[in-house]
Ligand binder design. Structure first.
Ligand SMILES: Nc1nc2c(c(=O)[nH]1)N[C@H]1C(S)=C(S)[C@@H](COP(=O)(O)O)O[C@H]1N2
Ligand SMILES: [Mo]
Length: 321
C-alpha cells in the first residue's frame, strides 16, 4: 500500500509498544474477568474453534465485551489502517486521503446531541476524551470486499446517549459528519451528497459493541480515520461507521443515509455484513484482508452474530439489507 511509506517511523513505533503492553494486559484481564463477569463472559464467549484476542482495559463499570478473532487473524499495522482509507470528503483515492486530510482542524470540536431527548447538549472534545474509554479490537469489513482488524479506543455510544436521556418516542439515531469546502476542497468531486449522514436503530445504537472511537493503537485518531471522533459499528459494512461526527439526533423515523441516498438498490439502511446477500454487482461471500494474499470467508454479521443476531430476529435480511 502506497500510504504506509508516507507514515513517519515515529508514528509506527507506538504500535510495537501497544502490542507489548497489550500482551501483558491480556493476561491480566483474562485472569480476573472470567470470575468477575462470568455471566457476561458466557454471553460473549467465543465458539470453541476460535481463540479470543481480548479487549477491555480501563472500564470496570462496563460489560466485558470480548473481541473475538480466529487464531489465524492478526491486527493490521498502523500503516495499513492509516494509509488505506475511504473518506470521500478528502479524496476518493484511498492512498491519497491521509495526505489530503493532513491539515484538517479537529480541535476545537463539538458534538451536538439533540432531537427526542430530555436534555439536549453540546459536548466539547475535552469532555468526550474524558469519557471512560475501552480498547476494542474489531474486524472492519468494507462493502467493497476488503477488510482489516483494527484496535480501536473509544467509549460505547450508549454511555453518551444515557447523558442526554432519549425520550420513549425515540426509535432511531441520526449522525452527521463535519462539512466545510474550505477544509475539504476536493469534496465537490466526491460524487455523493454531503454532509455525510448515517443512522442506526436505537437498539443498534445502544448495543455494547457500538462505539464512538476517539483513537486507535492507543493514540488519538489520525485525521484520515475520522478524527477526532467517529462511529464504529463492527457488524455492519464500513460505510455505516461515519467519521468526524458533529451532530447526533434522536428521532422517531429511519434517518436518511448517504450511500442509500446515492444508490438505494445497492446500499440499504441496515447494511449488516451478510455473506449470503450479494451486492448487485459482486459477491459478499468472501473478503480480501488488507496485508494478505488471497481471500477469506466473510462471517455472518462480520463474526458478531452471537452478540447481535437477536436484534434482527424475525426480519427478512434479504429485503432489510
Ligand atoms: N464522513 C465519512 N465517513 C465515512 C466515509 C466517508 O467517505 N465519509 N467512508 C466510509 C467507508 S466506505 C468506510 S469503509 C470507512 C473507512 O474507515 P477507515 O478509513 O477508518 O478504514 O469509513 C466510512 N465512514
Ligand atoms: Mo466502505
Amino acid at each position: 500500500m502506497s500510504g504506509s511509506s508516507k507514515i513517519p517511523s515515529s508514528e509506527i513505533t507506538p504500535e510495537e509498544t501497544f502490542l507489548n503492553r497489550r500482551f501483558f494486559m491480556k493476561s491480566a484481564i483474562w485472569a480476573g474477568s472470567s470470575v468477575a463477569t462470568a455471566g457476561l463472559y458466557r454471553a460473549f464467549a467465543p465458539r470453541p474453534e476460535v481463540a479470543s484476542v481480548g479487549s477491555v482495559i480501563t472500564s470496570v463499570a462496563e460489560p466485558a465485551v470480548q473481541s473475538v478473532l480466529a487464531a489465524d487473524e492478526k491486527i493490521n499495522s498502523f500503516g495499513e489502517i492509516a494509509g488505506y482509507n475511504n473518506y470521500y470528503e478528502f479524496s476518493t483515492d484511498k492512498s491519497e486521503v491521509a495526505d489530503k486530510a493532513r491539515n484538517f482542524v479537529t480541535n476545537p470540536w463539538a458534538v451536538e446531541v439533540g432531537g427526542l431527548v430530555q436534555s439536549p447538549r453540546t459536548f466539547d472534545l475535552e469532555e468526550l476524551l474524558k469519557m471512560e474509554s475501552v480498547e476494542r479490537t474489531y474486524r472492519f469489513r468494507c462493502v467493497e470486499g476488503w477488510s482489516m482488524v483494527i484496535p480501536w479506543v473509544g467509549f460505547p455510544l450508549a454511555k453518551l446517549l444515557a447523558k442526554v436521556q432519549p425520550m420513549s418516542q425515540a426509535t432511531h439515531v441520526a449522525f452527521e459528519t463535519y462539512y466545510d469546502l474550505k477544509q475539504m476542497p476536493d469534496a465537490g468531486s466526491a460524487g455523493i451528497d454531503l454532509p455525510y449522514v448515517e443512522g442506526l436503530r436505537l437498539d443498534e445504537a445502544m448495543h455494547p459493541l457500538t462505539l464512538m472511537a476517539t483513537g486507535l493503537y492507543g493514540k488519538t485518531l489520525p485525521n484520515q480515520n475520522g478524527a477526532p471522533i467517529r462511529l464504529v459499528v463492527p457488524w455492519k459494512y464500513g460505510f455505516k461507521s461515519i467519521k468526524s461526527v458533529v451532530k447526533i439526533t434522536l428521532t422517531d423515523k429511519e434517518p436518511p443515509t448517504t450511500w442509500n441516498l446515492a444508490n438505494p438498490r445497492e446500499y440499504g439502511f441496515y447494511s449488516n455484513v451478510n455473506p449470503t446477500v450479494d451486492h448487485p454487482r459482486w459477491s459478499q461471500a468472501r473478503e480480501r484482508r488488507i496485508g494478505e494474499s488471497g481471500t477469506r470467508e466473510t462471517f455472518m454479521f462480520n463474526g458478531y452474530a452471537e452478540q447481535v443476531a437477536s436484534l434482527y430476529a424475525g426480519m427478512d435480511l434479504r429485503t432489510h439489507f
